[in-house]
Unconditional design. Structure first.
Length: 487
């Protein structure tokens, strides 16, 4: 065993990992990366098919982000945001506000997705109280929701496998049916293969359920303070896309009932959801302003999922891709109204008493500025568009596999749900570890990703070439061959 593997085995406890299994085999020890590629301590090369758990945007070891961090390192790595301002954080906040939906005008920095959601949660809670809407504000989230692993974020979540053990620690949040069309009780469309025109045949019962939830709360002393949503696609729930129009309608319902909207764009932000979602068999559509002006007005491009449906959140949580996937940094964007509710004389103690040691870190902000600049270039836009189309095209080949039940793509996020038989949609028992086994087989072919249960995720960096995208999909296709059939 490589000495680094031994060290890891001896001392490191890995996240979301059964360590008994981990200790049975030699781990892949990553020592370097460049673009889409990663190399391990044995010199083996891999494609990073999940962008290092959904974080990396432009590829590893990118010269522009490296240069931005080095430049900043020559000045200072970190000084506190408690009592002090700094240049890169101020500049990054400006750029984020420019790129975000219009009413978001203030930026609160933190460290990762979970902390960005904690900030949104606490601000929304206190804002609702100060506005006199509620004395003990309540939150509504989606079935299968995942918003992070800190305790507040876990309370917003509804993944039993992850969250049940800690239920005694949590405050209660209500959940409502998510639009999981593939396993949707009310979806009358028959299982089909490649042609997905009939993917969804329903009467928007999920929207009706949301309406009912809000209506039932209306007369209570504490109506919902906020509706929390991962816009366009729920990630850790199993890459579950929302049908076109769902997000807009859900946001309208929340608004009509006076609730705030918290958009968790930790996964979906920074161009991940593409230029126009490819869902239900649709080809990507160009946003209207691009149709008129070609690719020149790159600054006006939607970088966030909410913008695809013209939804205006009160809070938007960002992390993962914020620094191009380089450093742990997050941000919660909010409105002037929320900001104003925390203004007062010192001795009114309206201050938002919350923050972290590394809030507004200069190295992270410098990386974030470089990443954001690159995202807004025509070159990046074209590459993303091409990658989205290549993935869409290549994924069609997977419909041949009887164990591929559903292929879900929103922009540059892909979830392939594996089932015992596509006709019956019978799921594999989680204990069979089908997703894990498929990903292990893919790793042997030099393609790295992680499953969510029986859903295999592809979420490549934006610099992935068509040939590399083809390799990723082909590796998945080959790994699926040999899975047990039903009957
Ligand atoms: N929200 C969403 C939608 C996420 O996907 C994640 C992480 N997968 C988080 C929050 C938590 O982010 P982090 O792991 O950076 O705390």
């Amino acid at each position: 065993m490589h000495p680094l593997s031994k060290l890891d085995h001896r001392y490191v406890w890995h996240p979301f990992t059964q360590m008994r299994d981990w200790l049975k085999r030699e781990p892949i020890v990553i020592v370097s990366g460049k673009g889409t590629r990663l190399w391990d301590a044995q010199g083996r090369e891999y494609l990073d098919a999940n962008s290092s758990i959904w974080t990396n945007l432009h590829g590893h070891n990118h010269p522009r982000i490296n240069a931005a961090i080095r430049r900043q390192l020559g000045k200072i790595a970190h000084s506190s945001a408690l009592g002090l301002a700094n240049e890169p954080a101020a500049r990054l906040a400006e750029k984020l506000v420019e790129a975000a939906p219009p009413a978001l005008s203030k930026v609160f920095f933190s460290d990762d997705g979970s902390t960005a959601m904690e900030v949104a949660l606490k601000l929304a809670y206190e804002f609702a109280r100060r506005r006199g809407r509620s004395r003990k504000p309540k939150f509504l989230t989606l079935e299968g929701a995942y918003h992070g692993d800190t305790v507040g974020a876990v309370a917003l979540g509804h993944i039993e496998l992850f969250h049940k053990a800690y239920s005694g620690l949590l405050f209660r949040t209500d959940k409502v049916m998510a639009p999981y069309c593939y396993r949707f009780l009310f979806n009358r469309a028959k299982p089909e293969r490649a042609d997905a025109r009939e993917y969804r045949k329903c009467n928007w019962e999920c929207v009706g359920k949301l309406e009912q939830k809000f209506a039932a709360q209306k007369k209570q002393a504490d109506p919902y303070a906020a509706f929390v949503v991962e816009p366009l696609m729920q990630g850790a729930a199993g890459m579950i896309p929302q049908p076109a129009g769902w997000l807009r309608r859900a946001a309208e319902i929340a608004r009509a009932h006076g609730a705030l909207l918290i958009a968790d764009e930790v996964m979906t932000g920074f161009g991940r959801t593409g230029l126009g979602a490819v869902r239900e068999g649709e080809r990507p559509r160009e946003p209207r302003h691009l149709q008129k002006s070609g690719l020149a007005r790159t600054l006006a491009l939607p970088l966030f999922a909410c913008q695809h449906e013209g939804v205006q959140p009160d809070f938007m949580a960002l992390a993962k891709g914020l620094t191009g996937g380089y450093l742990p940094m997050a941000a919660t964007l909010t409105t002037q109204a929320v900001f104003d509710a925390f203004l007062g004389e010192y001795d009114e103690f309206k201050t938002f008493f919350h923050g972290h040691s590394f809030t507004g870190n200069q190295l992270g902000a410098a990386a974030g500025l470089a990443s954001l600049e690159m995202l807004q270039t025509t070159g990046s836009l074209r590459a993303r568009q091409r990658l989205e189309q290549t993935l869409n095209h290549e994924l069609q080949t997977l419909w041949r596999c009887p164990n591929v039940g559903d292929i879900r793509q929103v922009g540059l996020v892909v979830g392939v749900e594996l089932v015992r038989d596509w006709r019956t949609r019978e799921p594999f028992d989680l204990r069979a570890r089908v997703g894990i086994r498929v990903c292990e087989a893919m790793a042997r072919q030099g393609v790295l990703t992680r499953p969510i249960g029986n859903v295999v995720v592809l979420m490549p960096p934006y610099c992935t070439t068509p040939a590399e995208a083809r390799r990723m999909v082909a590796a998945l296709g080959e790994a699926v061959v040999g899975l047990p059939k039903s009957g």
